[in-house]
Each structure stands twice: as C-alpha cells, then as structure tokens.
Design a binder for this molecule. Structure first.
Ligand code: CA
Length: 226
C-alpha cells in the first residue's frame, strides 16, 4: 500500500517509515501539516497516518479540510492526546481510527490493515469490535458479553482489544508483550498468564461457550472453536 505519514517527531516517523518499508509498503513522509494537506489532496494514498500537534497546521484541521473537500482516504490518527474526549474529537473530525502514543508497531500495522479491510468491504463503524456475543465499545471503553457489562482493568481491556483485533488468529506471548506491556519486560515472567487467566474468568465464566483459548506451545486465540 501507499501511505502518507504526517509526523514531526523524527524518531517516531523514522521508526514508522522504516517498519512500513520493511513490510513492503511505499511511504511518503512530511513533518509539516500544510505540506501534508497539499500531498493528501494532490496524490493518491491508500492510507494516511496523521499526528495531531504539527507545525504549519494542526492535524485535526488538516483532516477537516480534507474531508470537507470530499477526500475519503482512510485516516489513522496517532497522538499522545489519547483520552476518550480527544479520541471522540478525532473521530468526529473524520478519522477512521485513533491510536494513542506510545504505541507498538504491530498494533499500528494491525490497525492500518483493519482500515484497508473496512475500506474494501464498505463503511462500518470503526469504534466497536465484536467476536461472537462479546462486544467492545472503544469510545465508551466498555465491554459486554451476551448483553452483560463486564468490568475490566485497563490492562485487561488492552489485552482483550488486541485479542479481538486478531480474532480467530493465534496470538503469541511475544505479540502480547509488545502490544500490551510494551517492550521492556522479561518474557520469562508469568504476567501474561496471570492477566489472561483473569480476563478469561471475566469474559468466559458462566456467560456462554469459552472464547479465550490457550494454544499449547504457541499462545492464545480468541474466537469460536469447535
Ligand atoms: Ca507532533
């Protein structure tokens, strides 16, 4: 895919551009909001990764102008402004997804792929995830199974969000360590098993057939299994 990256922090933009190029994608980068708007309206991109606090023009302003002029390019906002109100502002301005910094590259890629899938299959609200009768509302930060609200700790929520975004796929401990705990953790620790076990108690206990499965020697899988 061809991606436009509008980000003024050199370390972050280098990290993202390098990762995307290694994954075989084309990346155009600018650190300026005004240049970003010019490029987004004069070139064709499959997706736009947009920072908010930018020199020249604020990211949300860029996005509003882009949408007002009829451009439907999928936009992922990447911002250190990560609380619910800020995410709502971003989505209302026309973003398709919103990822808070700090982030992991694996999650950024998963979200970009999600944007392209939704683009390919038509519009769908990007603020909810659903696996069987388990539902997550990313704006309200709420989780329900079979209509019952579940109280999750923030870490459990991130863990479940990652598993739901990778539903029906085996997710390894390394992926979880990177996406949910960030890099700097001793992989020998049983912290993942402890959190998965707590999460499983909350989502699977008495609420229906088990959804969170342990795949021996590989990791975990969220989904319906025979
Ligand atoms: Ca910035």
């Amino acid at each position: 895919m061809r991606v436009l990256l509008v980000e003024d922090e050199p370390l972050i933009s280098e990290f993202i551009a390098k990762g995307l190029r290694e994954a075989g994608h084309n990346v155009d980068h600018t650190a300026s909001g005004t240049d970003g708007l010019h490029m987004a309206t004069h070139e064709t991109y499959d997706a736009l990764i947009l920072d908010r606090m930018l020199p020249g023009m604020e990211g949300l302003e860029l996005l509003r102008i882009l949408r007002a002029s009829g451009h439907r390019t999928p936009v992922l906002i990447l911002s250190s402004l990560g609380d619910v109100e800020q995410r709502v502002l971003g989505l209302r301005a026309g973003a398709d997804d919103y990822l808070a910094k700090p982030f992991s590259f694996a999650e950024l890629m998963a979200r970009l792929e999600g944007l392209l899938r939704r683009q390919a299959t038509g519009p769908e609200t990007p603020t909810r995830l659903r696996v069987a009768d388990l539902e997550m509302d990313l704006l309200k930060r709420s989780v329900k199974r079979a209509g019952q609200t579940l109280e999750l700790q923030p870490r459990e929520f991130r863990l479940l969000e990652f598993l739901m975004r990778h539903a029906e796929q085996v997710v390894t401990r390394t992926m979880l360590l990177e996406a949910v705990w960030d890099y700097h953790f001793d992989p020998q620790t049983n912290v993942i098993d402890v959190h998965v076990s707590r999460l499983r108690q909350k989502i699977d206990r008495d609420l229906g057939p088990p959804l969170l499965h342990t795949i021996r020697g590989a990791g975990y899988l969220l989904g319906m299994r025979a």
